[in-house]
Design a protein around this ligand. Structure first.
Ligand code: ADP
Ligand code: TYD
Length: 212
């Protein structure tokens, strides 16, 4: 099947570092494209100026307080949503299915590990008002296995990639999901299985939603 379809739909992949988000986001994008959908695949932190600053902090080239980092993510996300060239709203208006590797749930979980989550949610309220995902896909993975995957391909450890921190982040994902209740659509997938099996579960869920 190869039809020219356009359908604005916004999907956010969530999970701890190494849970398989980038792999699955790419596979979903490829699979939707192969059946004719227009797909825009993107990520946070972005590759814009604020995202680059954030990456310098994670790679220990710059130092910043955890609260400053949380603030930088708010700015990076608003730019991700609003920038006129290829912002999320622009791409959705142009009829793309938009898939992002991380969105505001990441902020709730990662910064909620260092400061009150209510502050993080409030500081992201503009982003949530502007654009909520049609679906958040939360890939669940045990911290130890996730970290093993991350370390297989890495020489250096990023700022938040420690066992202790990611355990807290996992707990904060659960706390955020509980707090948000029905206000946020969340689909949980077990990330501790074969790549193709996870991709199939996700693809079926998305096709069911976009064909509804
Ligand atoms: P994330 O974006 O969540 O950090 P990645 O998709 O980059 O995770 O995956 C981290 C590493 O684990 C990569 O080397 C990737 O090839 C590998 N990986 C991803 N999914 C699986 C899986 N289901 N089983 C085994 N290895 C995986
Ligand atoms: P990312 O490049 O997605 O890392 P990975 O592919 O290993 O999951 O994200 C880099 C780091 O940014 C990651 O440790 C999670 C963190 N992060 C936050 O702390 N807050 C946020 O709002 C987002 C989007 C990411």
């Amino acid at each position: 099947m190869n039809v020219d379809q356009s359908k604005p739909f916004f999907i956010a992949f969530e999970g701890i570092d190494g849970s398989g988000k980038s792999t699955q986001a790419r596979m979903l994008a490829d699979s939707l494209q192969s059946i004719g959908y227009k797909v825009h695949l993107t990520f946070e932190p972005t590759d814009g100026p604020i995202g680059k600053m954030i990456r310098d902090i994670f790679n220990h080239k710059m130092q910043a307080d955890d609260r400053t980092i949380a603030g930088l993510f708010v700015a990076d996300r608003l730019d991700h949503i609003l920038n006129k060239q290829n912002g999320l709203l622009k791409m959705l208006a142009d009829g793309y299915i938009v898939i992002t590797d991380r969105y505001y749930l990441s902020s709730y979980a990662y910064h909620g590990a260092h400061m009150p989550m209510d502050w993080v949610i409030a500081s992201n309220s503009m982003a949530a008002e502007l654009l909520k995902p049609n679906l958040n896909i939360y890939i669940e993975m045990p911290v130890e296995s996730s970290l093993q995957r991350v370390m297989r391909n890495r020489e250096s450890v990023e700022l938040y990639e420690t066992n202790e921190n990611l355990k807290k982040v996992s707990e904060m994902y659960e706390a955020a999901i509980l707090k948000l209740g029905s206000s946020e659509k969340i689909f949980r997938v077990n990330g501790d299985q074969e790549v193709g099996e996870i991709a199939k579960i996700i693809r079926e869920k998305i096709l069911e939603l976009i064909n509804r």
